[in-house]
Design a protein around this ligand. Structure first.
Ligand code: GCU
Length: 434
């Protein structure tokens, strides 16, 4: 622990010299306008935009052109037209609050507080990370990192896990939108921790509301710390909630990369549904994430915005106006004007492995459209020297396409179940760096 704190402190001291420069750059980044046209001026595209063509149509022919020109351009396009831009990475500090032996001694459970903010005075950003590490392992463990919907205490019934004090969505275990003791372990069936630990992986999670509550108001969480005086909501091209959550995942990666129990080269990020949209965005933007698993992520994540099955862009922007930036709403009735589709976000993960998992009963998330997106991302994965997806057709139920661009669909409904986890483990065994 002391070693960890001193590593983090020396990182902070070293970076403080740069902090003024970083602050200036952050302000410039936040105020600089990208050179992209208004939505009304974008051309309609009857076919999917080519990930291997620049915005102006210039073909991208080599891996170097992809890395140096197209990848940065696509990131800017997604920030501008869809998710909104997040601030530059801040300095993080971390302290371990507790360590307990759990799961019959098979794991150590650590609770770590990670803090950050736009400046030393506004260091109020906070993630309560819950981390399970296989006990008695000499080597640092690979880790599955994913957000939870309703608090860490739901993941395992253990009295030491802090009860969150933040607002929570209503449901079992909540009273007046607050967590209660009765909620402990209620989500445990969706988190087969023991199995994951037995396979040698650590698991890290935090409540997405630590970063930003899932509400269309902006007076809580990290984004409000970044407001200019008088600002009450993100400006048109600034981060929406999904971008803020993804940025939060990167802050957890900042910490995990310094934890001696964790192998920083083998961080897999996963997420279900809205947390899956977030996992994909985090994986697309943060190249320290070695493997990405968006599960049943659907519209605004892994399914085509131009799709006609399940949730539409107009519907998601209406019901969840806070998830994306202001500009994305201008595509509600004009998705064919989008200069990208979600295959381009998947392509940003390349050459790192990506797995989509789905359920036949979850047509809201358009599983077939997701497979089409995966295939449309494949040329980029191949250009960067990976095998791609391999499968020409969507696989039948319960058959994992365990290639670099993997796919799995099971019968049943919208849910994060042990069936998914089993596929994620097989995929990670094969595709995480050795
Ligand atoms: C809603 C929403 C989806 C989202 C899902 C979830 O169904 O329309 O876009 O993925 O909630 O997060 O569970």
């Amino acid at each position: 622990m002391l070693r960890l704190m001193s590593t983090i402190r020396s990182f902070i001291v070293a970076s403080s010299i740069l902090s003024t420069a970083v602050l200036v750059m952050t302000i410039l980044a936040a105020t600089a306008r990208a050179d992209f046209p208004d939505v009304e001026q974008l051309p309609e595209r009857s076919t999917l935009p080519d990930p291997l063509a620049m915005f102006d149509g210039t073909p991208v022919r080599t891996a170097a052109e992809w890395r140096e020109r197209r990848r940065p351009e696509l990131i800017k396009l997604f920030e501008w037209y869809m998710y909104g831009a997040a601030p530059a990475a801040p300095q993080v500090e971390a302290s371990t609050d507790s360590v307990d032996e759990v799961l019959d001694g098979k794991a150590r459970m650590k609770q770590v507080t990670i803090t950050f903010g736009p400046s030393a005075e506004k260091r109020a950003g906070r993630i309560n990370l819950l981390l399970f590490v296989p006990a008695g392992k000499k080597q640092p463990a690979p880790v599955f990192l994913g957000l939870n919907f309703r608090g860490n205490h739901m993941v395992l019934a253990h009295p030491a896990i802090h009860l969150p004090r933040l607002w929570m969505p209503s449901g079992p275990g909540m009273v007046d939108n607050r967590a209660t003791e009765a909620g402990r372990g209620l989500e445990a069936p969706h988190w087969p921790l023991e199995k994951v630990i037995e396979r040698g992986y650590a698991v890290a999670t935090f409540y997405h509301g630590d970063i930003k509550l899932d509400k269309p108001t902006w007076d809580d969480g990290t984004p409000s710390l970044y407001f200019q005086p008088g600002q009450t909501a993100p400006a048109e091209h600034e981060w929406g909630t999904i971008a803020a959550w993804a940025w939060g995942l990167s802050r957890a990666v900042d910490y995990l990369s310094t934890d001696p129990d964790i192998d920083a080269r083998r961080i897999a990020v996963f997420g279900h549904s809205r947390n899956g949209k977030t996992a994909l965005l985090a994986g697309a933007l943060d190249e320290r994430i070695a493997l990405v698993i968006p599960s049943q992520a659907g519209c605004g994540g892994t399914s085509p915005s131009r799709g006609t099955v399940g949730e539409s862009v107009e519907r998601i922007n209406t019901v969840f106006p806070h998830w994306f930036d202001g500009t994305f709403k201008k595509f509600n009735k004009a998705t064919s004007k989008l200069p990208f589709d979600q295959h381009c976000l998947m392509a940003l993960v390349a050459p790192r492995p990506l797995l989509l998992t789905n359920a036949t009963g979850d047509q809201w998330a358009n599983p077939t459209g997701q497979f089409e997106m995966l295939k449309a991302a494949e040329p980029v994965f191949k250009l960067l020297g990976t095998e791609g997806c391999g499968a020409a057709e969507m696989p039948p139920e319960n058959e994992l396409v365990n290639t670099h661009l993997g796919y799995f669909i099971r019968p049943g409904k919208h849910d994060m179940s042990p069936v998914e986890w089993a596929q994620w483990l097989d995929f990670a065994d094969k595709h995480l760096p050795k």
